[in-house]
Write a protein that binds this ligand. Structure first.
Ligand SMILES: Nc1nc2c(ncn2[C@@H]2O[C@H](COP(=O)(O)OP(=O)(O)O)[C@@H](O)[C@H]2O)c(=O)[nH]1
Ligand SMILES: [Mg+2]
Length: 231
């Protein structure tokens, strides 16, 4: 049984039967108390595989990345032993779960509230991100500087946040605006944030967002709207 700070990992997953088991297997178990996979209306074996790999599985029947994350936060709020730190991680094996410790450490040792794993600062496998995605993240982070005067280099999904700060952020976005909303609100609340370089590789399985025209346009649109509406 793990002692010390309580760390929970939240993995939103929509049809990730080929990736989710490996992602869970690669999470450093000595750091983590609970791995929560939110099955977002998958039609494949995501849920069975996540359970077999040892995760707690929650179900969110309505699609949406943010909605799935909110489901897990609600669950943690009701827990008798709420975590000290929450880590968000995608189910597609693009991130390197073994890098989790460097996301968590600034929170545990340095009073940081939010740590973003930056793919812009880290090493990306060729083809791991589309050009539109790289450009979109660059543009979004420029706008964050312009409107909120904060310096981020990425809106990456792999991130750690102090649980009490996360609750204080009162997250609302149900879909693709989720990551940028968190960064904007942390900036507005003058929370202490940091970035650490993370590596990024080609996903297992098919992209639902950046790899599709519809997903790219919807995500780009939602991210820009979220930046503008919070100013
Ligand atoms: N909960 C939920 N997760 C989703 C949805 N769409 C994608 N995901 C998950 O969000 C993560 C990122 O999606 P992905 O397709 O890899 O997008 P990309 O990284 O932008 O190409 C993966 O873990 C997906 O399973 C959705 O509608 N709901
Ligand atoms: Mg992905």
């Amino acid at each position: 049984m793990k002692s010390g700070p309580i760390v929970s990992v939240i993995i939103p997953a929509f049809n990730e039967e080929n990736g989710v088991g490996q992602v869970i297997a690669e999470i450093p178990k000595k750091l983590v108390s609970e791995i929560i996979v939110v099955n977002n209306a998958s039609t494949d074996n995501t849920e069975r595989i996540a359970k077999a790999a040892g995760a707690t599985v929650l179900r969110e029947p309505i699609a949406g990345y943010g909605r799935a994350c909110l489901k897990a936060i609600d669950y943690l709020k009701k827990s008798e032993t709420p975590p000290d730190v929450v880590v968000f991680l995608d189910a597609d094996h693009s991130d390197y779960p073994e890098e989790m410790e460097k996301l968590i450490n600034p929170i545990l040792t340095n009073g940081v509230d939010l740590v973003i794993g930056s793919r812009a600062l880290g090493k990306k496998e060729s083809g791991a991100m589309t050009l539109q995605q790289i450009f979109g993240n660059w543009l979004a982070t420029r706008l964050l500087k312009l409107f909120y005067n904060v310096k981020f280099t990425d809106l990456g999904p792999f991130r750690a946040v102090r649980f009490l700060s996360l609750v204080d952020l009162d997250m609302q976005d149900k879909t693709y605006g989720w990551t940028v909303e968190m960064q904007i609100k942390a900036a507005k609340k003058k929370m202490k944030f940091a970035e650490v370089p993370v590596r990024y590789r080609r996903r297992i399985g098919f992209s639902k967002i950046s790899g599709t025209v519809k997903g790219t346009i919807m995500a780009g649109y939602k991210i820009i709207i979220t930046i503008l509406k919070n100013v």
